[in-house]
Design a protein. Structure first.
Length: 383
């Protein structure tokens, strides 16, 4: 970032953070009468940063996006992007709190990003850094946790008291909700289902291990299998080879899904394979966690029943105690790519509420202390 841009951004922050600070102070005084305030949710991925103003019913009032700065750049560059988006939205909306859904490991206190595979964040104190610049409460969580929260509050998981969400994208992420609480684990990194080992000695995973679940049921697995068949000039791959003009590198997950919907046999079979592995993993999670509902989200879930149908079949075949126990419901997420942003905004609203309550208690203690001092001085005056 240029020196001029640094200076310009600082000037904008100085001017508009005053507005944010004023809004925050006003709302802290009216906690009990106006808890349904709009908040901003931020969804940070490997390619984009999406920000939106969300009301208390999960309705997106406005959303904007920016490209994710290159991961080789300093963490401050990503932080600047987030601040820019929030300040932009604050020009048109009252911003009472900001929630961040980050693709990475977030500590149990939801203050630091321990590790983000797509960004240069390593033990990054993101919450405090942003709160200091925006002057409103800030919440940071894993993006799968925020997506699961949104689906539980406003989407496919409404009414469920034990829910597991599985996000199928480049890899596999996940989250656990029980009795209205996200289960983050002792160190904040629960829900990394994609790195359960399902095939000992299997495909190498970027995490360093072999045979991880996401190597068999994810966007990467889907594309890898299609490209291998195309590179081998397999007869079953002629349709997709023709579609990409022989350039195997142009084969993508959305293209495979599109061709499967058109009836391409190879693409249908690939999605069935991915779905069957998905069902095996879900059966393992059911044995460990016994939830009432599995919500399937992420980009790969757009294949709908081409993926989820085989997953349900494999789940029933591999479920421990099948035939003698209730089966969890398996359903597709409803909120699509906005789930992480909506969930982050809603979780931030809860953090802001606790912040305001704590502030109100401090004010009440101060008022009681001041009243006691006035009473003491009055009493002494009569003596």
């Amino acid at each position: 970032m240029s020196t001029y841009r640094d200076f310009a951004l600082a000037q904008r922050e100085a001017a508009r953070a005053t507005v944010l600070r004023t809004v925050g102070t006003r709302e802290r005084r009216s906690l009990l009468t106006a808890p349904r305030v709009p908040t901003v949710g931020i969804d940070i991925g490997g390619t984009k940063v999406m920000a939106g103003v969300v009301d208390a019913d999960g309705v997106i009032l406005e959303k904007i996006r920016a490209e994710t700065p290159d991961k080789s750049k300093s963490p401050k560059v990503v932080e600047d992007t987030i601040v820019e988006l929030v300040l932009d939205l604050s020009d048109r909306h009252d911003v009472h709190a900001v929630g961040i859904g980050a693709a990475g490991w977030v500590d149990a206190d939801r203050s630091r990003v321990l590790f983000a595979p797509h960004l240069a964040w390593r033990d990054e104190p993101l919450r405090d850094a942003l709160a200091a610049r925006l002057a409103v409460p800030v919440m940071v969580d894993n993006d799968a946790n925020t997506a699961a929260w949104a689906e539980w509050r406003f989407g496919a998981g409404r009414g469920e008291d034990h829910l597991v969400m599985i996000t199928l994208g480049t890899g596999i992420g996940g989250a656990i909700l029980e009795d209205g609480q996200v289960k983050r684990g002792k160190y904040g990194v629960a829900g990394e289902f994609g790195h359960m080992q399902v095939v000992p000695g299997g495909h190498r995973c970027p995490c360093g291990n072999r045979g991880c679940w996401e190597q068999y049921s994810s966007g990467n697995a889907l594309v890898r299998e299609a490209r291998e068949l195309a590179a081998a000039d397999s007869p079953v791959a002629y349709n997709i080879i023709e579609r990409v003009g022989g350039n195997v590198a142009e084969i993508t997950g959305p293209l495979i899904t599109e061709l499967a919907r058109e009836g391409d046999a190879m693409c249908v079979e690939l999605l069935q394979d991915i779905g069957q592995w998905l069902g095996v993993g879900i059966a393992n999670l059911a044995a460990a966690l016994d939830p009432s509902c599995f919500v399937i989200g992420g980009g790969v879930s757009s294949a709908d029943d081409l993926l989820i149908g085989p997953a349900r079949d494999a789940f029933r075949r591999h479920l421990t105690g099948r035939g003698y126990r209730p089966e969890a419901r398996i359903t597709k997420a409803q909120l699509g790519p906005d789930a992480g942003m909506v969930g982050a905004a809603d979780l931030a609203r809860l953090v802001a509420r606790r912040f305001r309550r704590a502030n109100r208690r401090r004010v009440e203690r101060y008022e009681r202390y001041a009243q006691a001092n006035r009473t003491t001085r009055t009493t002494q005056g009569f003596q």
